[in-house]
Write a protein that binds this ligand. Sequence first.
Ligand code: NI
Length: 386
Amino acid sequence: MIKKLISENKDYIIEMRREFHKYPEQSFQEFRTSKRIAEELAKFGIEFKIVAKTGVVGFINKGKKGKKIALRADMDALEVQECNDLEFCSVNKGVMHACGHDGHTAMLLGAAKVLNEIKDEIDGEIKLYFQPAEEIAQGALKMFEEEPLTGIDGCFGIHLWSDVPCGKVSVEAGPRMASADLFEIVITGKGGHGSLPHQTVDAVVTASALVMNLQSIVSREISPLESSVVTVGSFNSGTRFNVIANQAVLKGTTRTFNPEIRNNFENILKRVTKGTCDTYRATGEVKYTFGTAPSINDERCSEIAAQSVKTLLGDDGIIKMEKITGGEDFCYFLQQVPGVLAFVGAGNPEKGAHYPHHHEKFSIDEDCLEIGAALYAQYAIDFLKN
Ligand code: NI
């Protein structure tokens, strides 16, 4: 039933996606997108509320007896100049929907329309979270301040994925996306003349040693069976060839799928920084900022989702996909209530949809939109029934 109802709305979903694609907006700046979502929900007769300035929460069957589910779609774009040649290319210079969030929003609108049409036949409540600011990992928590997940039994989110062929979906249980935290290390030495190193404490040498010592965290301290990353992405120091620098600043990120390792990273970084700085007579200060937690799919919900995929696409629709070291702020939903982050295939080289996410030529096979919209709706129904 869902498959048929959604396919009748395929053109609507594609049209919405193209509109969102044309007018991409940065994190927490999604004013136009938010307004359009609100207008569409109003048109369908779905009650809604604006939260976190640009977030929209829709309610279907509010107060109805039974279980409650939260469906989530993110809506922000990226600071990327689009290099596609499309009729509906971004008109906002330097901003592009290069991650597929335009599709997520359109799919959830399509699902909302259909679910609302058949709401009397649905047991339980559906809450629609149109979420801002996923790309800076702040939108989910900001929405919860005004519209928490209290009383919600399950959650479901989708990410379109260009590495997965259109027509296939991954919903397996366990860790799916990594934690993504940030660190900044400021090393302070003592500046001086490049010809007289003995009078100085060289911040460049200390920071260089530290970058190398940090490499042993993953290779020597963490189990080889636990995928983890410590990356120093930026190293800034010095002003001149013959001046010994008094300060160096390193910036980097950590990734892991294991919450325990994640919680240890800060102390490990502090220990290695102190040890290295002591060796070179410098001092170091570590500022550790928590970004996203690992996104971990619930076992039981993953089974329900697999069933939903099979209902829509048959047994062939399921694909196994390796977990991803990228971060996703849907983790804050999954931390509170059991659920699934599904990866819906959007790739199709024949339609130019083979560029990675965040690429200036990122594109999707729009046939995936119907699948994603149907999956939102089908999962909601299947979860509420179970
Ligand atoms: Ni994304």
